[in-house]
Ligand binder design. Structure first.
Ligand SMILES: C[S@@+](CC[C@H](N)C(=O)[O-])C[C@H]1O[C@@H](n2cnc3c(N)ncnc32)[C@H](O)[C@@H]1O
Length: 251
């Protein structure tokens, strides 16, 4: 995968122990996220020592989210980013959430009932052109089939001047950071998830996460894909060595 072949950007190569084809990848993900949905809020909370809401609100403010903006949150999951958006804009009814897993949608609806929900994937949004001022995707970029197709959809549904913010965990840049990152996400998270949830599915999801994180394409390719989709002012802010905040503007 190189920056000269933007039409080829997949988040990572097919992960054959888990699925064979891209169609199977989406079925696999819906199934594993459906089964893990009842446990996800807990994992997202203790997995990041209760800092998830604070971090997401900070990232949204750094990217310029303000009250009055019409926002689309893609890959909502149980809604941690959606709730952070509602905290900043103070207008949950102006928020639209898109999520392919029915189980995840059910959980998010319980916690943020005022928002609008649609069951769909990131690369085929059932939404009109030029509708949103701000679009977010929190910790889900690895799950799409094609970054290029996804970012073209984001470009389509944003208004001119609208902004996209993609949050993700990325590989640290020094040996100590990489060792800590591997220890925590590969060795600790699946075991502690099993201990706390007693769910084999949730623990398996954490092991799958590690496989996706280890094989995720480099940040330069994510930036190239955003630029290839027509975005300008594409930047990546690195926070705490492994949290990447990609921002881009629709001209
Ligand atoms: C880790 S959760 C992210 C939840 C939330 N955005 C957050 O900030 O924590 C990843 C979510 O991505 C969703 N997902 C999987 N494949 C997707 C796709 N192709 N398009 C959009 N979302 C997808 C999953 O169902 C899951 O709910």
């Amino acid at each position: 995968m190189t920056e000269t072949s933007p039409s080829q950007h997949q988040p990572h190569p097919p992960l054959r122990p888990h699925y064979e084809t891209l169609d199977e990848k989406q079925r696999f993900l819906r199934d594993v996220f459906d089964k893990s949905a009842p446990f996800y809020e807990g994992i997202a909370s203790w997995g990041f020592f209760g800092t998830g809401g604070w971090y997401r609100r900070g990232a949204l403010r750094r990217a310029g989210l303000k009250p009055g903006m019409r926002v689309l949150d893609v890959a909502t999951g149980t809604g941690p980013t959606a709730r952070a958006i509602a905290d900043v804009t103070k207008a949950p009814a102006d928020l639209v959430c898109v999520e392919p897993s029915r189980g995840m949608l059910l959980e998010s609806r319980k916690l943020l009932p005022e928002a609008a929900y649609l069951q769909a994937g990131a690369d085929d949004l059932p939404l009109a052109d030029a509708t949103f001022d701000f679009l977010t995707m929190g910790f889900a970029l690895r799950h799409v089939n094609s970054l290029d197709g996804t970012f073209r959809e984001y470009h389509r549904v944003l208004k001119p001047g609208g902004k996209v913010l993609v949050l993700d965990v990325t590989k640290p840049e020094n040996a100590f950071g990489i060792a800590m990152w591997r220890f925590y996400f590969r060795d600790v998270m699946p075991k502690v998830t099993k201990l706390f949830t007693r769910s084999t599915d949730a623990s398996y999801l954490m092991s799958y996460y590690w496989d996706t994180m280890e094989q995720m394409i480099p940040p330069g390719d994510v930036i190239a894909s955003l630029e290839g989709a027509g975005f300008k002012d594409v930047t990546r802010r690195l926070v705490l060595g492994c949290f990447s905040e990609y921002e881009a503007v629709k001209p």
